[in-house]
Design a protein. Structure first.
Length: 209
């Protein structure tokens, strides 16, 4: 069974609150997204396996832990997920990056795929799917479907803000994935927007409307 982790770290909560403010400009919003991504990646990678190796410190020989070589792949859901990739790569620079392109039909609220490009060895990697918002859960479910179809087995998802409805839908359809969330919000409104939310994350990252 996967786990659902909601972060309570004061730095993450502070930065998310700044991102919610409608007066936060795109440049600052992007910087905050990068910083939150770094902080969340630190926690998401907590369980990566390590192995001991022998080195020479300036004082003496020592056996020390290093990463055991677990391969990672970051898979942002386009386009808003791109705002978090640079921060994650600063923590795990050897990770490969794939992309899943989805948009939500404005009438049905169902996800529509328009692009999917993943590392060839995705079945050998821990996959972190990234999207700022988990609303209805449709896009996240579709993204997990896509990467599973390509052979991925070890999958985690990272969201800035999530609605309870999206968490329930995602865990019901894919109970084996881990879910990491910076903030759990109250509900979805009649337009399937997260309340209180922060608006359209893609528009705020890229300065579009």
């Amino acid at each position: 069974m996967g786990k659902v982790m909601i972060f309570d770290h004061p730095l993450i909560q502070h930065k998310v609150s700044l991102m919610r403010d409608k007066n936060t400009a795109s440049k600052e919003f992007r910087d905050l997204a990068r910083e939150v991504a770094m902080l969340m990646t630190y926690e998401i990678t907590r369980d990566l396996p390590t192995k001991e190796v022998e080195i020479e410190t300036p004082i003496c020989p020592a056996r020390v832990p290093i990463l055991a070589g677990k391969k990672l792949a970051i898979v942002p859901i386009l386009r808003a997920g791109l705002g978090f990739v640079d921060g994650m790569l600063e923590i795990i620079p050897s990770a490969r990056v794939g992309h899943v392109g989805l948009y939500r039909d404005p009438e049905t609220h169902e996800p529509v795929e328009y692009y999917c490009k993943l590392p060839e060895d995705i079945d050998q990697r821990k996959i972190i799917i990234v999207d700022p918002m988990l609303a209805t859960g449709g896009s996240a479910i579709a993204a997990v479907d896509f990467v599973k179809e390509k052979g991925a087995k070890d999958i985690a998802l990272m969201f800035l803000i999530a609605a309870p409805e999206g968490i329930e839908a995602l865990t019901s359809k894919h109970p084996d994935v881990d879910i990491f969330i910076a903030a759990k919000d109250d509900h979805l409104n009649e337009k399937a927007y997260i309340v209180p939310g922060l608006g359209d994350a893609g528009d705020r990252i890229f300065g579009t409307k």
